[in-house]
Design a protein around this ligand. Structure first.
Ligand code: NAD
Length: 305
């Protein structure tokens, strides 16, 4: 039998979550700080819970999706809510840090409820679609018990580990890569327009270049995993070749009076890696600069071979 679900928070994401559950026949109750936001969901079959405690009391699974953990904690840590948490499964889909997720897991567990922490790698319009990825961490058995329900929110539903903060950590890592790409695109657009090219051309060529970049990204991850920082026959482009091309960016920034804050930081990393690994190093030789515990393996060949 399908569990009854309570969704706390009917903002953009919470409403999409509730809609996906309703479309799969889940008995869904919704609560929102401003009740009016629940009304469109009521017309699709949701029951509006008059209070958080009422919503939780009638549900097997409580999905939380509010702005942040401060708001989420304030909802759960009300005296009357504490008394109805035991035996429930709390699925936290509010964005938070790994530390907050671990603290919340401990707190919820101490009140007799099961806890899963999730990270949504999708916008509300993707919820319920096969392409939507949602990451979960916490006790595997809790994930397995509710896998059918969780999969209704996205076909790419994945369990990533038993430490509650691991989904949030992966979320942060994936978003970091996204922001890196976005910042790079902003810098690239400045170059494109300064050199009288259209953004449409940039967009088109960026899309065409994407498979090459995606392949190089995976290669970077694989080499870092294997600690293969020295250049070798499988190196796609040496650090020296990367740096030579990168210097064109510094030159354009100077010539066109573009902001060079970001390229200057990248330049510092390039120079540091070059001083450690030499121009024949692999691009992956930059990886140890981002953490202390990853030592640079000695080069297999002299830097100027
Ligand atoms: P939203 O602004 O549309 O909704 C925020 C919700 O939080 C509303 O229901 C609001 O009533 C509630 N809220 C805010 N402060 C509250 C408080 N003090 N007490 C009770 N409720 C409170 O935001 P959203 O886009 O739906 O995002 C919700 C969560 O989902 C966030 O943690 C966000 O990071 C995460 N998320 C959003 C997206 C997205 O694309 N929108 C993607 C991934 C994750």
């Amino acid at each position: 039998m399908k569990p009854t679900v309570c969704v706390l928070g009917a903002g953009r994401m919470g409403s999409s979550i509730a809609r996906a559950l309703l479309s799969h026949g889940y008995d869904t109750r919704v609560w929102n700080r401003t009740a009016a936001k629940c009304e469109p969901l009521a017309s699709q079959g949701a029951q509006i819970a008059p209070s958080v405690v009422d919503g939780i009391q009638g549900a097997d699974v409580v999905i939380i999706n509010v702005l942040d953990y401060v708001a989420s904690s304030a909802l759960l840590k009300q005296g009357n809510v504490l008394s109805v948490l035991a035996g429930k499964t709390v699925v936290q889909l509010t964005s938070g840090s790994p530390r907050l997720a671990k603290e919340e897991a401990t707190w919820v567990g101490s009140h007799g409820a099961s806890y899963l922490d999730g990270a949504i790698m999708a916008t509300p319009d993707f919820i319920g679609r096969p392409e939507a990825t949602l990451l979960y961490s916490g006790p595997r058995e809790v994930f397995e018990t509710h896998k059918d329900l969780l999969t209704t929110l996205g076909g790419g539903t994945s369990y990533v580990g038993d430490v509650p903060g691991q989904a949030s950590a992966l979320d942060t890592a994936l978003l970091t890569q996204m922001w890196g790409g976005f910042f790079g695109a902003l810098q690239g657009m400045a170059v494109v327009e300064a050199e009288n090219l259209s953004l449409e051309t940039f967009r088109h060529q960026l899309t065409a270049f994407k498979p090459v970049v995606d392949g190089a990204l995976c290669n970077l991850i694989d080499r870092t995993k294997a600690r293969r920082f020295a250049g070798d026959d499988a190196t796609l482009a040496s650090l020296g070749a990367h740096y030579s091309a990168f210097r064109h960016l510094l030159e354009v920034c100077e010539e066109q009076s573009l902001d060079a804050s970001l390229p200057n930081v990248m330049d510092r990393f390039f120079r540091q890696a070059l001083s450690l690994e030499g121009p024949e190093g692999d691009f992956a030789s930059l990886a140890p600069l981002f953490r202390e515990n990853l030592t640079v393996a000695p080069s297999l060949e002299p830097a100027n071979a």
